[in-house]
Design a protein around this ligand. Sequence first.
Ligand SMILES: *Cc1c(COP(=O)(O)O)cnc(C)c1O
Length: 222
Amino acid sequence: MSIAGNLQKIKQGLPEGVIIVAVSKRKPAEAILEAYETGHRIFGENRVQELVEKQPLLPGDIQWHMVGHLQSNKVKFIAPFVDTIQSVDSFKLLKTIDREASKAGRIISCLLQIHIAREEHKFGFSETEVSDMVQSEEFRELSGVRVAGLMGMATFTGNMEQVRSEFNNLRRIYEELKENVFSGEEGFSELSMGMSGDYTVAVEEGSTMIRVGTLIFGPRNY
Ligand SMILES: *Cc1c(COP(=O)(O)O)cnc(C)c1O
């Protein structure tokens, strides 16, 4: 099937309002344009260098989401144009984004990445860490970032009950923060969870944003 057909098929199966981030890493600008031409505008990349190379080749109204681990010293390269950074996994990184956004005269949407998987190598805050951060004075003073919600990746496994319970846990953390810390703030509204292999489970568990690469663009060559 074509990229347009793949996107269409995924959209048709989703509940109203769930956002698709088309993860275009390791795919050429032409593939992104093919999706763009169907009206799709939200694309995700996981490496700064690749994002910085592709962005000038593509239409200016694309909303670029950074979804991969980000080093603080590289934030400055994407701050002038990135729409959302989904992979905020430390307070240090969030403060750097805040500073670089202010320098660029922008406000950058951020999602806080929570470590929900059993795998050690995955990045993200623990529940306690995120809770401490968002209740701190320093956090409330940030003005160059808009913390729009949470992001998480489940364990890479075929055990869908485990995946479901990890997503369910993330949903609970999200709801608790929404109620106790961001109460009354409309801006805290996104729960980014679900990829090609597990997005249907993620959506059943309350995802508002899925990040899909392979199912749209086909397998990646590494
Ligand atoms: C690559 C990637 C995805 C998309 O993965 P697929 O399995 O190809 O859909 C989603 N989220 C993150 C953080 C990624 O790095």
